[in-house]
Design a protein around this ligand. Structure first.
Ligand code: F6R
Length: 615
């Protein structure tokens, strides 16, 4: 969490930093700050609130000139979100300035030590401790900033991506990383630093991502000096050409990123299977699976680890792998898995799912699984992310940047890729004949146009949202493949509209949640015509007899549920295992409209951040 941006070069730093922070605001928006150095003075401005608040404040209170700048948008860990705790932070001498994303776990003992040596602290942050530790090392050891950073970082425990400069060195910025992401954009005699590449994409396509335990000294007119933090050994920079383009990270005429990303799903799903699915030949090509086929085929079981929405995609995958490929699957919250001493062997395949590729708990689960000898396969959206680098092999979803904090296209593209993997294994195991595979792949190719149709429910969904926007509770029910969709629908509603919502397997309703049902309770039931349709219809009857309000997601042409429900939203017919790709669409739209009508910040819901890089 937290977004960091830095610039050093020949341009004015301020506009780059502010625009960059706006692009990184998905990473945290409790407070924001900027420091611009003009070679003589540091102009620093920070405030509780959003980057827009910072912009207003800084433009009225500081001089904005300067070719070196750093900025930060914060998701609070240590210290409440207020002006003082906002970054950047000065060292006591006022000579060093730092921004930090992450947590220094042993900050308290370091702070006590520094206080004994006369240091004074103004904020409650671990970051202010770090910058003063660097200062103390610099003075005590009589070394330059880069060396001081290296020595100091060897004394801290935790996670960080830092950017720091020294007023005595106006042509240099020092960066370092462990656990939190950090990208460096390389232009003509200029460097850009950011938590992801979006802040500098219009300036340069050349970038490198720092690896964990690496630091770099970025000095104008010089090559990047890349080092390992532990032993100062030299590392050769791996500079890549970025594939990102500017349109992908802008709203493109939509009011919100979330809405744009909901509407992008037909294209995103297509991009996920493009070049991988050859329906006419009954073939699925995916290098990460092809190269490791034996590992998948000989696996005793697949363990899926993920968090949040990605965990829901994992639950859908459990149904898909077991049903289609007959491989046993366990789905684990990464945060539980990593701490509960799980039994893992080298006969297990672990699939880690993550949109951002940076989720700390998922990363830790991967490391644990690898230590125990499992083969770990990653499903990520963000190219070059930590998880994509940490896993033994993997497949990108190619959904394009997802900026709305509530995950939408990540979910459907994760399901798409996991379906492809399951189908491939089904074919290789001989569970699926070529003709059955052909039939499935052809239907998968129809999904983007069916999602397009499902999106046409938008007007109706908006009308339904108007009716239920003031609800205080909401129940989501689904069975089989659509039980995880019910969970996901409930998560979407609670995270962006702050209405309490629960997802349940429909049959579980009678074991407790049914007590909640009265004439005020909206119950959203996924009742598509495949699978356990009759059973779901019975569940709907049970809700109706208790006067619950029923909003049903049904297959086009359904008449039975129409008789019972207050509202029905139709989605096109498809194979049962592919229904989550369609039924989830109206649920995303429903939460979007309700949140909007309640005046909530759809793209940046309170207390959340897109990339959860703390435990
Ligand atoms: C919900 C949401 C979160 C993420 C979770 C995992 O809309 O976005 O629940 O799904 O934080 O994030 P990734 O997929 O980046 O590991």
């Amino acid at each position: 969490m937290c977004g960091i941006v830095g610039y050093i070069g020949h341009r004015d730093a301020y506009p780059i930093i502010i625009k960059g922070l706006q692009r990184l605001e998905y990473r945290g928006y409790d407070s924001a700050g900027v420091a611009i150095y003009d070679g003589k003075n540091i102009n620093l401005s920070k405030t509780k609130g959003k980057v827009e608040d910072l912009k207003k404040k800084s433009e009225s209170e500081i001089s904005l000139a300067g070719k070196l700048g750093i900025g930060h948008t914060r998701w609070a860990t240590h210290g409440v979100p207020n002006d003082v705790n906002s970054h950047p932070h000065y060292s006591n001498s006022g000579e060093l300035v730092i921004i930090h994303n992450g947590i220094i776990e042993n900050y308290d003992s370091i702070k006590k030590e520094l206080i004994k040596r006369g240091y004074v602290f103004h904020s409650d942050t671990d970051t202010e401790v770090l910058v003063n530790l660097i200062e103390e090392v610099k003075k005590k050891e009589d070394v330059k900033l880069g060396k001081a950073v290296q020595i100091a970082l060897n004394q801290v425990v935790g996670a960080y991506a830092i950017t720091v400069f020294d007023i005595n060195k106006p042509d240099e910025i020092v960066v370092a990383k462990l656990g939190s992401p950090l990208a460096i954009g390389i232009g003509e005699n200029e460097f850009f630093i950011a938590s992801d590449a979006s802040p500098f994409i219009e300036f340069t396509n050349n970038a490198m991502y720092l690896e964990d335990e690496q630091m770099a000294i970025l000095r104008l007119g010089k090559e990047i000096k890349l080092r390992k933090i532990k032993d100062d050994s030299v590392v050769y920079p791996n500079i890549q050409e970025l594939q990102l383009n500017i349109e992908e990270i802008e709203k493109g005429g939509y009011d919100h990123f979330m809405l744009k990303e909901i509407y992008e799903q037909p294209r995103a799903i297509l991009d996920t299977y493009r070049g991988r699915l050859l329906a006419s030949q009954g073939l699925i090509k995916m290098a990460g699976v092809d190269d490791n086929l034996e590992k998948f085929l000989n696996a005793n079981r697949i363990i899926i680890v993920a968090c949040g929405t990605s965990w829901h995609a994992g639950l859908v995958a459990e149904y898909i792998f077991e049903d289609l490929a007959r491989i046993p699957v366990e789905v684990e919250y990464a945060s539980e898995f990593r701490y509960r001493n799980p039994v893992i062997t080298d006969k297990d395949v672990v699939i880690a799912i993550s949109q951002s590729g940076e989720t700390a708990d998922t990363l830790a689960a991967i490391k644990l699984a690898k230590e125990k000898g499992a083969f770990v396969f990653g499903v990520c959206n963000v190219v070059g992310s930590s998880i994509s680098r940490e896993t033994d092999a993997g497949a990108y979803t190619h959904a394009g940047p997802e900026i709305g904090v509530a995950s939408t296209k990540a979910f459907t593209t994760q399901i798409t890729i996991l379906t492809l993997i399951a189908l491939k294994l089904a074919k290789e195991k001989g569970v699926f004949s070529t003709s059955k595979l052909h039939e499935f792949l052809t239907e998968l190719e129809n999904i983007p146009s069916k999602v397009e149709k499902a999106l046409q429910s938008n007007k109706l969904v908006e009308k339904i949202a108007e009716v239920y926007k003031d609800s205080t509770n909401c129940l989501y029910l689904g069975r089989g493949y659509n039980f995880p969709v019910a969970l996901e629908g409930a998560l979407k509603l609670k995270e962006i509209s702050y209405i309490h919502a629960e997802g349940y397997p429909a049959a579980e309703m009678k074991h407790g949640p049914i007590a909640l049902i009265d004439e005020h309770m909206p119950v959203i039931v996924i009742a598509t015509n495949k699978g356990h349709y009759d059973k779901v219809v019975s569940n709907i009857q049970e809700i109706k007899s208790r006067k619950g309000r029923i909003i049903a997601i049904v297959t086009e042409g359904d008449t039975t549920v129409k008789e019972l429900a207050d509202y029905v939203i139709e989605v096109p017919e498809t194979f049962e295992s592919l229904t989550p790709l369609l039924t989830t669409i109206p649920l995303q739209l429903l939460s979007y409209h309700i949140a909007l009508m309640r005046g909530c910040n759809v793209d940046q819901p309170r207390n959340l951040a897109k990339s959860v890089t703390v435990e």
